[in-house]
Unconditional design. Sequence first.
Length: 276
Amino acid sequence: MTKITAADVAKLRKMTGAGMMDCKKALQEADGNFEKAVEIIRKKGQAVANKRADREATEGVVLATVNEKGDHGASIVLNCETDFVAKNENFIAFANSILKVALEKKPNNLDALKELKLDNHSVQETVVEQIGIIGEKLDLASYEKISAPTVVPYIHPGNKLAALVGFNQAGIDHQVARDVAMQVAAMNPVAVDKKDVSQNIIDKEIEIGKEQARRENKPENLLEKIAMGKLNKFFKENTLLNQEFVKDNKKTIRQYLQETDKDLTVTDFKRYTLNV
């Protein structure tokens, strides 16, 4: 049997991130062949993934970042089973490595991101490999992107909530942009403006408004008018530009932006939070 040295084990550990004993066993099984040892570790990850497929992965991290130019941003959600793993530096670093690939390659969707290369294997394959190393079910659950003249990220402390916001102008004041990103994180708007709210949401809110009015014994011929009034209130509370600014409720986000530049506005936003 080939002699496995501590240096060999350390080298394989650096290559894979696996534990010392897992690396030693893989090298022994592979008779010192590093390529075979790596494959053994990857297969172990798949075996653990299959074993834990029915487990709930509801913890994890939500991360967001932008490129150096500040005109493209990406966010990802990497789930795990426990908060202990979610707070682990290696897990967070792994999630950031996926985010870096997403930012650089700009894939169209989550499935495309999973097929991109990370350390000579697909992102999805590296996720499976990490399952074997960590011993928990992992799931790359979400990926979003925004391109705009200015894109600003916000990650709430603890990595459980993140937002990306795009603006229609370049070179805007960083504090203004960050304030709006924090507004998105805190107030969870459904759309940028009234015109951006989906018809399904509008129809649902109108029906809810009518039903509330009926329960209050309002006349049938007034239900539509009452429901529209409630819909306008919904728009004010749930569309970003019409929301009251959390730092100064005497102005809306639209007014806050126009104080900087009358034409400054938000083009898009993405927000994700872990429901934990």
